[in-house]
Design a protein around this ligand. Sequence first.
Ligand code: PLP
Length: 390
Amino acid sequence: MNFQKIKEQDKKNILNTYNRFDVCIESGKGAVCKDVNGKKYIDFTSGIGVNSLGFCNPEWVKAVSEQAGKLAHISNLYYTIPDNELAKTLCEQTGYSAVFFGNSGAEANEGAIKTARKYSFDKYGAGRDQIITLVNSFHGRTVTTLAATGQDVFHQYFGPFTEGFRYAEANSMESVEKATDKTVCAVMLEFIQGEGGVIPLDEKFVKDLFAFCRERDILVIADEVQTGVGRTGKFLASEHYGVHPDITTLAKGLGGGLPIGAFLVEERLKPVMGYSSHGSTFGGNPIVCAGANVVLRTVCNEKFLREVAAKGEKLKACLLVCEDVVSVTGKGLMLGIQLKKKTAAEVAKACLEKGLLVLTAKDKVRLLPPLTITDDEIKQGLQILWDVLS
Ligand SMILES: *Cc1c(COP(=O)(O)O)cnc(C)c1O
């Protein structure tokens, strides 16, 4: 089937919710993928921060295929082995006491929201249920996580939205204090706002916010769906700030290409979510967890994480010398490029034509390459970016 035919059929049969790039990707290896016409692209996107080990990592493929040939699914009514290992590794790596597995970032955040509200309900009774989120955040596409998302454009058409969210300006304790009263049970944040334009929170704000919340028994939920699992050069972005949120959510990069979401909780929150308080048909799926175990065996390694940080620094330095680049924000392999003249969409389109996949976030070009990208692949991608930006 040629590309034109694929495109027509897609438009005809799949809901047109995505503004797709004009290309059909068919296969990939490492940080290089190929379209249906055989044209190659360097991948600076890893899906959207999903393929942490690149395309077709041999160990990942082996683990996933072997698990598919052994036990694809059985339901959470039975114990299984892959989720057992995954939970152990996650708790050991992060210092959290327990994890719940779902299938996406939005679901992980829903679980975190439920946990925060029930913690407060159990301890203080009904009515202490408000959650503060930050302006310009992104927390997902379900009716509740849209409400949690601090951007007005997401609060249209689909109402009534879930009640109980209020918004504070990022990096303003004054704004957080103004939004706080006795009905607030949690604050939810991204350490680096991803979809919002790769914008990191200030260190002082984070420190002050954590102290403020601790004093009032307000839980902090960190949405690390995009920043987690090594993306920023630390396993969790919270480590850059030296803080430990009560709940952390993960998704995108955790499965290495298969759908998974997770929320991790502190010891004192473990009893809050007891029997039948939460569940998921597919959560903890053996095939997905077998893949995630390979991701963690690779990423939970000091040397590997240092390399992610170093690759990010190198990319940043090389981009800053481009004439059209004003600034580069972000950490590790999560970078946002602010441009002088060109629009992000123009750059993404031009890169695609020259054989490089990049993302955009608001007015920035966003880079989320696979964590395993090689120096040579970085060099090839940069060459194209330089051509486009000069
Ligand atoms: C992508 C993303 C989500 C939503 O994840 P889905 O898997 O699409 O539901 C939530 N929060 C953040 C920070 C994200 O980047």
